[in-house]
Design a protein around this ligand. Structure first.
Ligand code: NAD
Length: 495
């Protein structure tokens, strides 16, 4: 784990003006323009990024295509890719302190969480796909004797990666690592408010020996660079994590351009269901509080709808309130704090808009609901709990992506299932019960990509993550994610 001393040294590092990373080097944006980078810790600018545009995306895609067609580097043998990616993972680990602090200055996640979830998780993901890629075989089809049907697995070509600001390194690595391991070349469009770690990641990849053009990073506004990537005629796939509205646009861009494949990991309104026979109500309350409030609720799988069985409602709410009050909100670079800053002043305003609407619609505010630590100039919000939330309220239906929990009461298992599934989303969920049969029935009944039992969050690179319904399609993580970046080709040979 990183030490407070190391953090204090790194938090003062000058970052300066960052260029785009194209063809193995940092370059200026074609327009020469840049965007300021403001830290949510204190509201002050501390760096700038190049403001890329469609011409820059085109430069990056051309570089990626050239690298792909050279038939070397990324398309070299799986054994060589494995060697380079393993070195890449080692370098990310070696620079974990630097990457973690840089990322926290950019997006405000508490350092304890960021350190594990960003550089360490990214390094683990890169290593996982490095180790996997020389174990992927083609197939021989069970045909008649006089023919041979071979199924080859080939890279797609140029893959565009677009990620959100909550965990840019971790989520970026979930896409970049399998795409590179499979032999593709990649153009990354980082989130405009948290681009710095992905730029540094590309430099480390280059240092590890990844040839020029195999991994490019073009910063800039989503509506400009993201759109250009989505519409580009020479991009073969887009791997996206972000909001539903932008996901829809990417599908449109694909339809309007070259029918590139699009993989979408979108938002959620995940139900966390506590039955009266939960093995340990106190522990369930602590984990539930963490499951919504860590990283200020800016976690796609956050358990933002809490469903509690009526007979234990008062007891559970008491434990939940205590667990919530114990969470220390403050400077995300202070290891003593449990919850850091909201990613930006705009996101904080958006969260407060949800609070106002929930109050107007008749939900009861149990705790929080306001900004905090305004004297710092940063964006901090108190963990917020509303009860008496009804199914037709905005808080029950729309993703806040902030530290705001809506609580509902239920009587029966059927009612819990009905409430759990009454949303357009289907990303994550949890069930707390000591009854094995209830647990298994709920796993089947809940319409979501992940069902946790007697825990919330957790899981590692070995299991897939992704949603159903309007939480998207396609899975990140695990060996299944590799399949997204490989094309099947049939050779039909007469013997
Ligand atoms: P967002 O959709 O606003 O932005 C995501 C990315 O898309 C950013 O890089 C942005 O620059 C880019 N973008 C914006 N407009 C674009 C356009 N017109 N064309 C192409 N790209 C464009 O999302 P956000 O606010 O950065 O992140 C929060 C959202 O991400 C939440 O909905 C959250 O649930 C979701 N999320 C999902 C997962 C998951 O695994 N399912 C994980 C983390 C976050």
């Amino acid at each position: 784990m990183i030490s407070q001393n190391a953090i204090e040294t790194l938090r003062k590092t000058e970052i300066g003006a960052q260029g785009l990373f194209i063809d193995g080097v940092q370059v200026e944006a074609t327009s020469g323009a840049s965007l300021p980078v403001t830290s949510p810790i204190d509201g002050r600018p501390f760096a700038s990024i190049a403001d890329g545009n469609a011409a820059d995306i085109d430069r990056a895609v051309k570089s990626a295509r050239k690298a792909f067609e050279k038939d070397e580097g990324s398309r070299d043998t799986p054994a060589l890719r494995k060697k380079v990616l393993t070195k890449f993972a080692e370098l990310v680990e070696k620079h974990a302190d630097e990457l973690a602090v840089l990322g926290v200055r950019d997006n405000g996640t508490e350092i304890g969480m960021a350190y594990k979830a960003e550089p360490l998780s990214a390094a683990g993901t890169i290593r996982y796909y490095a180790e996997a890629i020389d174990k992927v075989y083609g197939e021989i089809a069970p045909t008649a004797e006089n023919v041979l049907g071979l199924i080859h697995k080939e890279p797609l070509g140029v893959v565009g990666v677009i990620v959100p600001w909550n965990f840019p390194l971790m989520i970026g690595a979930w896409k970049i690592a399998p795409a590179l391991a499979a032999g593709n070349c990649v153009v990354v469009k980082p989130p405009e408010i948290a681009s710095l770690t992905l730029l540094r990641l590309a430099e480390l990849a280059s240092e590890a020996g990844l040839p020029a053009g195999v991994l490019n990073v073009v910063t800039g506004l989503g509506a400009v660079t993201g759109e250009a990537l989505g519409l580009h005629m020479d991009v073969d796939a887009i791997a996206f994590t972000g909001s539903g509205p932008v996901g829809r646009r990417l599908l449109e861009y694909s339809a309007r351009s070259n029918l590139k494949r699009v993989f979408l990991e979108l938002g959620g309104k995940s139900p966390n269901i506590v039955f009266a026979d939960a093995p340990d109500l106190k522990q369930a309350a602590v984990v539930s509080a963490n499951g919504i409030f860590r990283n200020s609720g800016q976690v796609c799988v956050a358990g933002s709808r809490l469903l509690v069985q009526a007979s234990v409602y008062d007891r559970f709410m008491d434990e939940l309130l205590q667990a919530t009050m114990r969470l220390k909100v403050g400077d995300p670079l202070d290891l003593a704090n449990d919850v850091g800053a909201v990613s930006s002043a705009e996101q904080l305003d958006k969260n407060l808009g949800f609070v106002a609407r929930a109050t107007e619609e008749g939900a009861r505010l149990v705790t929080g609901g306001q900004r905090m630590l305004t004297e710092t100039g940063g964006s901090y919000m108190a963990p917020t709990i509303f009860e008496n939330v009804m199914q037709d309220m905005q808080l029950a239906r729309e993703e806040v992506f902030g530290p705001v929990l809506g609580v509902m009461r239920f009587e029966t298992e059927e009612e819990a299932v009905r409430l759990a599934n009454s949303t357009v989303y289907g990303l994550a969920s949890a069930v707390w019960t000591a009854n094995l049969s209830t647990a298994h029935r709920m796993v089947r009944a809940i319409n979501a990509g992940v069902v946790h039992v007697n825990t919330y969050g957790g899981a590692d690179i070995t299991v897939p993550l992704g949603g159903v319904k309007q939480s998207g399609f396609g899975r990140d993580k695990s060996l299944h994610a590799l399949e997204k970046y490989l094309e099947l080709k049939t050779a039909w040979i007469a013997l």
